[in-house]
Design a protein around this ligand. Structure first.
Ligand SMILES: [Zn+2]
Length: 129
C-alpha cells in the first residue's frame, strides 16, 4: 500500500494557534506546513516532522521549511488534548534558529515539558475567551 498525503487545514489551524498561544515567535508560521498521511504502516507513530535540509535550500534557493505530518490512522482517533500534545511535541523539534534542522528528544522534549506547555496553552486560551 502506498502512502497517501492529503491537505490538513484543521491541523495547520491548530498548529498556528499553538505557536501563537505559546508565543513561539521564532517559528515562522508561513513556513510550517501540515499534511495528513494515510496508509502508513507505523503503529506507534502519531506524527512526525520533516525539515527541508540545507542542501535543498542552497541548491533550489528555498527558505527553511518544516512539514508536520500527522498519521491519520493514529492521530485522528486521539482526544483533542492528546492531539494538542502531539503537535506541541512536533513543534518542539524546531530549533530556535529555524534553519531546517531539528532538536533531538534527549533532555529537551520530555513528557513533563509537554505537560507544562499544554497547561500554559490552556491558560492562554481561557484568558482570550
Ligand atoms: Zn519527537
Amino acid at each position: 500500500m502506498t502512502i497517501e498525503y492529503v491537505d490538513a487545514p484543521d491541523v495547520k489551524r491548530r498548529v498556528d494557534e499553538i505557536i501563537e498561544g505559546l508565543g513561539l515567535s521564532y517559528i515562522k508560521r508561513d513556513f510550517v506546513f501540515c499534511v495528513r498521511s494515510r496508509g502508513s504502516r507505523s503503529i506507534r507513530t502519531l506524527a512526525r516532522i520533516h525539515g527541508l535540509g540545507r542542501i535543498w535550500q542552497k541548491t533550489l534557493n528555498l527558505p527553511p521549511i518544516y512539514i508536520i505530518e500527522v498519521i491519520s490512522e493514529q492521530y485522528d482517533r486521539l482526544p483533542e488534548e492528546e492531539k494538542d500534545k502531539t503537535l506541541i511535541h512536533e513543534l518542539l523539534h524546531i530549533p530556535k534558529k529555524f534553519k531546517g534542522g531539528f532538536r533531538p528528544h534527549k533532555g529537551y522534549i520530555t513528557r513533563r515539558k509537554i505537560e507544562q506547555l499544554y497547561m500554559k496553552l490552556q491558560n492562554t486560551f481561557s484568558k482570550n475567551k
